[in-house]
Design a protein around this ligand. Structure first.
Ligand code: TRP
Length: 357
């Protein structure tokens, strides 16, 4: 008898290698949810196409890389359903049906849509301002940057399908995803209003996540090139930590430092921020730094020691799967099988409610 636990659904677009910002911001949370919920975690490769349709060369590889990073971070295929969106075509069928009840105005008012269009025109303008050949810039814009597509406008409809298909009642998402989730709720309500109560309205599952600065003190982000990736080796980790942003006012090792963000060091020391996440007794490190008793080099070596355990664990889990690529295929096939079974039962009810069957 399966226990009736609440269902959690969440997805990530396959952007490639994950970093510890993703780990602390989302993955760690996903891992902890496996104990309490029936979890569906999927790689949103169709969502990747909404903006990345013109360049799919790395898409398949990125899906695998991301799944490996998920496993490295502790997602367990025995305790959650891990799959790739495009392996479960039911997502597409439900998206088509939900599209029928979704007013265009809801999609056009979606902040992500509006922002992306603004970003886009900025990119185009700056490219033109950079003095690039006008024709080339235009061609590139047409082939790579045209995202006023049906697919991109429909991003939230597909996302609603992702969630509603599994009767997800809880969706762990970041603040930036709240408008999308609100649209999922509205679409579910509209469907239920028209065809009867079939779909479950999902609620966000917001969690406190620590700030993870990048190696240069700015927010950790792939686009800044300042990430510490989940899959660093001891060598690459060392290189990144030893050149990490600390406190520009601390010139000599016995100068008093400013580990926390403050007027003297607005971003705060990245090494210290990571100590807070990985080192027990990090408070003492702050005190010693402030008192001028701790130099940055010694401090960085200490951080490397703290990182060694968790990163070895990442590497071990990842390598055991990476060494047997067919394992990932099997895991995804098994995940798709389980997901499809759940998805088909919801779709069946949806079709009936709409009098298609
Ligand atoms: N839009 C989400 C993101 O970019 C990814 C996503 C797709 C998702 N479908 C979802 C997240 C369903 C939660 C539930 O992060």
């Amino acid at each position: 008898m399966p226990d009736r636990r609440e269902v959690v659904v969440s997805g990530m677009r396959p952007t490639g290698r994950l970093h510890i910002g993703n780990h602390w911001g989302a993955l760690r949370n996903w891992v902890s949810l496996m104990d309490r919920y029936d979890c569906y975690f999927f790689v949103a490769d169709w969502h990747m196409l909404t903006t990345g349709y013109a360049d799919t060369a790395a898409l398949r590889a990125n899906v695998r890389e991301m799944v490996l990073d998920w496993l490295a971070a502790g997602l367990d295929p025995a305790r959650s359903v891990i799959f790739r969106q495009s392996d479960v075509p039911e997502h597409a069928e439900l998206a088509v049906l939900l599209g029928m009840v979704t007013p265009l105005s809801w999609l056009e008012n979606n902040p992500t849509w509006k922002e992306q269009l603004q970003e886009l025109s900025k990119t185009k303008l700056s490219k033109a301002a950079d003095g690039e050949d006008h024709k080339a810039a235009e061609g590139e814009a047409a082939s790579r940057y045209e995202i006023r597509t049906f697919g991109f406008l429909g991003y939230p409809v597909l996302q609603a399908a992702d969630i509603l298909l599994y009767r997800g009642s809880r969706v762990p998402v970041g603040q930036d995803q709240l408008p999308h989730l609100e649209l999922s709720r509205e679409i579910a309500r509209k469907f239920n209003h028209v065809y009867g109560p079939v779909l479950v309205e999902p609620q966000p599952l917001l969690t406190q996540t620590p700030k993870v600065p990048g190696t240069d003190g700015r927010k950790m982000s792939k686009s800044y090139g300042n990430t510490v990736d989940i899959y660093e080796t001891a060598d690459t980790l060392k290189a990144k930590v030893m050149s990490m942003y600390t406190d520009p006012t601390k010139i000599r090792k016995d100068d008093p430092g400013h580990p926390e963000p403050c007027p003297e060091n607005p971003p705060g020391c990245s090494v210290y921020a990571l100590h807070k996440l990985y080192t027990t007794g990090w408070e003492k490190i702050g005190e010693d730094c402030r008192a001028g008793r701790l130099g940055c080099v010694a401090d960085k070596k200490h951080l490397l020691e703290s990182l060694d355990g968790p990163f070895s664990a990442f590497r071990k889990a990842r390598e055991s799967y990476a060494a047997r690529p067919e394992k990932v295929d099997e895991l995804l096939a098994e995940g798709a099988r389980k997901a499809s079974a759940a998805a088909r039962s919801t779709l069946d009810q949806v079709r009936r409610a709409m009098r298609l069957r």
